[in-house]
Design a protein around this ligand. Structure first.
Ligand SMILES: Nc1ncnc2c1ncn2[C@@H]1O[C@H](COP(=O)(O)OP(=O)(O)OP(=O)(O)O)[C@@H](O)[C@H]1O
Length: 286
């Protein structure tokens, strides 16, 4: 979908108007309208198959094969991070980060981005020499080096172990606070959504079932603790919107060390099965 920069105002970085998408006769998105403000961190939450990735792919311009109507307005600089890092195996870390980047300062920018994700000194490594978490750090560096106005992230931490995932939450928030792009992040994980988002959108059967602003932060410091009763209340609300009864464990219980204590509501992952492997054209892999 083409960008329409003339329509973007200071108040809106993304505008989605009555988006309908389907594969063949199958309806996937059934009229989604959503605006994202500049610098707003929006998390899209929903069960497997509800259309999260389809929406994200529409914003990334990766839905050429999908029929539909509606209008999507995105800024010029959009970066995408997927669940797998999609690094080129035959290119070094720095080559992956700066691939396609113009300008004589590309290398320096790449090194700076790698330092920001904690990988200084690893620029000459090959992707296979990195852990999964490190590969996702490279993917983040590759997206940030392009100074995106919009960062799209499709379950970027879904394949990582619980501890690495928590570290990546911290890193992503740090990078976000420094660069402040608008973000749309897709996840199954309710606690991840509450931890990261300014606003959570619950998608159900291709429609927005709930929009919830996350207003947990008192002062300037961001301190969201899954054991906090206010956090737990939002979790209950989101789970209800997802049709999950309170107190029910519905999937993996990869509880973080900062997560609920024993006896409290367990971590909820609303996936019913493994996420799909989204094969298809990759116009803008970073
Ligand atoms: N390339 C495709 N061809 C046909 N159907 C597809 C294709 N990609 C997705 N679908 C279908 O569209 C629906 C929505 O898929 P989508 O990947 O957007 O869901 P999702 O919410 O991201 O799921 P998950 O959390 O499991 O990744 C699913 O029923 C899926 O089977």
């Amino acid at each position: 979908m083409a960008a329409h920069p003339e329509l973007l105002t200071a108040a809106v970085t993304v505008a989605i108007e009555d988006l309908v998408r389907g594969y063949g006769p199958k309806g996937v998105l059934n009229g989604v309208s959503l605006d994202i403000a500049p610098g707003e961190f929006v998390v899209l939450l929903g069960r497997s198959g509800c259309g999260k990735s389809t929406l994200l792919r529409a914003l990334a311009g990766l839905d050429a094969a999908v029929s539909g109507t509606g209008r999507v307005t995105v800024p010029d600089r959009v970066s995408v991070v997927f669940q797998d890092s999609r690094l080129l195996p035959w290119a070094t870390v720095i080559e992956n980060v700066v691939l396609g980047l113009d300008g004589g300062d590309a290398h320096a920018k790449g090194l700076q981005a790698l330092a920001e994700v904690g990988l200084d000194g690893r620029e000459h490594a090959w992707p296979h020499q990195l852990s999964g978490g490190e590969q996702q750090r490279v993917a983040l560096a590759r997206s940030l080096v392009r100074d995106p106005q919009l960062l799209l992230a499709d379950e970027p931490f879904g394949a990582l172990d619980a501890l690495t995932r928590i570290r990546m939450h911290g890193l992503l928030r740090e990078l976000y606070d420094r660069h402040h792009p608008a973000v749309l992040l897709v996840t199954h994980d309710v606690d991840e959504a509450i931890t990261l988002a300014d606003r959570v959108i619950v998608l159900d059967q291709g429609r927005i079932a709930l929009e919830r602003r996350i207003d947990l932060d008192g002062g300037s410091a961001r301190d969201r603790n899954p054991s906090d009763p206010a956090f737990a209340a939002i979790r209950t609300e989101l789970l209800a919107a997802l049709g999950v009864p309170t107190g029910t464990t519905t999937g993996t219980t990869t509880g973080p060390t900062t997560g609920p204590a024993i006896g409290e509501t367990p971590r909820h992952d609303v996936a019913r099965d493994r996420p799909h492997d989204h094969a298809g054209p990759e116009r803008n892999p970073s």
